[in-house]
Write a protein that binds this ligand. Structure first.
Ligand code: NAD
Length: 326
């Protein structure tokens, strides 16, 4: 028998396929030989989707979710009304309402689907605020999410969706995978328009700054976060889907950096001489660090991209996009 026979091609849907991570995920799934249906209310911003089919559909509409998801073997659920800390702290009502509609419609459709299998992208915002009050908090284990005190409406939405998934799994046999991300970054992330996250926003500010100018950073810049490069993220997602692990899993990196030091690394990539000016603005929790010991047990893949290399890639990409638009 030929041991090199390829695994059978699956019919896979990616919701949020026009977004940053969804777009990279579609490309990675295509490289693995799957048939992919992308779904979003918008196209990817910078390069064309490689999905076999790309549907413009609003998943707050249940009929649309049923129409597009029921024939699938697997569904990667990434669609969400989301953005950086500025967007998340300003639009709490819209975020919880829109996202719970997307989540419940998606889960209901996957329950009725051929494969009954869903990977949901959750967030480190589910972790309780009371565990993140210092700059050097203890690493957050998956079980630390309870007792609940998540961050804002977005954190409540993600935690609620996790609960709905766990009930659908227990009561109706839905096969679930839950990835908790924290600050995924990379080329083709949004860097302007109000939904940009910290890396995209800093790259833009630094790319347009003139020699000697100051870069504004929200808060005192001592808040700490961990960052996961998008290629490492999507490979981990595919491996998690293929695993048999059905509890929430931190798909992130166990190293943190202060926002001021992150800014300094991007300034270094720019080759410019710039200063940092810390100003008041939404800054989220003081410190957040995932515990990744369970990820190391569940997934064989070890993230490979150093923060210096990853930030350099994003900076050069943002700079070239800005120069192209001039
Ligand atoms: P993104 O905003 O780039 O992608 C989300 C996509 O969902 C967008 O293209 C958007 O148009 C689409 N969408 C929004 N409303 C929709 C609707 N009603 N119907 C269909 N599509 C809709 O965000 P991202 O950074 O790629 O994040 C992907 C997922 O990962 C999200 O669920 C997000 O909450 C989660 N996440 C991301 C990070 C991160 O650092 N990027 C961190 C934690 C969790």
């Amino acid at each position: 028998m030929d041991s090199k026979i390829a695994a059978p091609q699956k019919k896979v849907a990616v919701t949020g396929a026009g977004g940053f991570i969804g777009h990279h995920l579609v490309n990675a799934l295509k490289k693995k030989g799957h048939w992919v249906r992308g779904i979003d209310i918008k196209n990817p911003e910078f390069t064309k989707s490689e999905a076999d089919e790309f549907w413009f559909a609003d998943l707050r509409n249940k009929d649309m979710a049923l129409k597009l998801l029921t024939e699938m073997d697997e569904v990667y659920a990434l669609a969400a009304d989301v953005g950086g800390v500025g967007h998340l702290s300003r639009w709490n009502y819209e975020i919880i309402k829109n996202n719970l509609e997307i989540d419940t419609n998606t889960i209901e459709a996957v329950l009725k689907s051929k494969g009954k299998k869903i990977l949901y992208t959750s967030s480190a915002c589910v972790y309780p605020l009371y565990k993140q009050k210092t700059n050097n908090p203890l690493p957050l284990k998956e079980e630390d999410a309870m007792p609940a005190d998540p961050e804002g409406a977005y954190g409540w939405e993600k935690l609620t969706a996790e609960q709905i998934l766990e009930h659908a799994s227990r009561d109706h046999g839905l096969q679930i995978r839950i990835a908790r991300f924290q600050n995924v970054y990379g080329p083709e992330e949004t860097f302007e328009g109000g939904r940009e996250k910290v890396v995209g926003a800093l790259c833009r500010k630094i790319a347009i700054a003139k020699e000697g100018e100051s870069i504004e950073v929200w808060g005192d810049g001592l808040q700490k976060r961990s960052f996961c490069y998008v290629d490492d993220c999507v490979i981990s997602l595919i491996e998690l889907m293929e695993s048999s692990y059905s509890k929430p899993l931190n798909v992130s990196i166990d190293k943190t950096i202060t926002i001021n030091n992150l800014t300094k690394l991007i300034i270094k990539s720019s080759g410019k001489k710039l200063k940092i000016k810390n100003i008041s603005g939404p800054e989220g929790v003081r410190g957040r660090m995932p515990d990744v010991s369970m990820r190391k047990k569940v997934l064989k893949y070890i993230p490979k991209t150093s923060i210096q290399k990853g930030l350099n890639n994003v900076y050069l990409w943002v700079e070239s996009e800005i120069n192209r638009g001039k």
